[in-house]
Design a binder for this molecule. Structure first.
Ligand code: ZN
Length: 197
């Protein structure tokens, strides 16, 4: 951040009195510009043992597969956001059944919230941000062409839960890609952080 979004003056980075972290502060209008993580909301749309996925028509990860998800808007609940993203990206209507997974992605300042949702009909088609949308059963999941690690982790626990016959809420942390030279540790960490509620 270089300029104040309130008055247009240059901002400085400093630790305000009583605070513990540097903030962008505007000397002209005294506004302190706090920056906090963004929330990404999404859905696992289900239909007769299959799930609906979208192939991305936009960067990042153009051409790779993902679950319908996107940034929560102001004045919107997380559930409303998940339903909206599913409609926008896949023209798919869902009835949300449960909050299924939460992933912290602290190195990019994001928190993912993924819901399970029952597809209400099969009238889905690609939205503006999707090249194609398709139902997959577990054997068909394009594991080598997934867009995001959050999606990969979500699908891993999802199909594991389904095999066990019991779906439960999962929470985990996604670490920076630089440390992904220890994929088994990352998986162990995600597994360790999964907990039943
Ligand atoms: Zn200002």
């Amino acid at each position: 951040m270089k300029y104040c979004s309130n008055c247009g003056s240059p901002v400085r980075s400093l630790i305000p009195p009583g605070d513990t972290l540097p903030r962008y502060v505007c000397d002209a209008c005294t506004t302190i510009h706090y920056q906090n993580p963004k929330i990404v909301v999404g859905c696992i749309p289900e239909w007769e043992g299959k799930i609906l996925m979208c192939r991305r028509a936009i960067e990042p990860r153009h051409g790779l597969w993902t679950l319908p998800a996107g940034f929560l808007e102001n004045h919107e609940t997380t559930l409303e956001g998940a339903v909206r993203e599913t409609l926008e990206e896949a023209h798919a209507r869902v009835e949300i059944s449960m909050l299924y997974a939460l992933y912290n992605v602290p190195h990019i300042n994001q928190v993912y919230l993924l819901f399970r949702g029952q597809l209400l009909d099969l009238n889905f088609k690609p939205g503006a941000e999707s090249l194609e949308v398709q139902l997959f059963d577990e054997r068909q999941i394009p594991w080598e062409k997934l867009a995001f690690r959050t999606v990969r982790e979500t699908l891993k626990v999802y199909f594991s839960d389904r095999r066990s016959g019991s779906f439960s809420f999962h929470i985990g942390d996604i670490s920076p890609p630089q440390s992904s030279n220890k994929p088994s540790n990352e998986l162990a960490q995600a597994t360790r952080l999964s907990e039943r509620i």
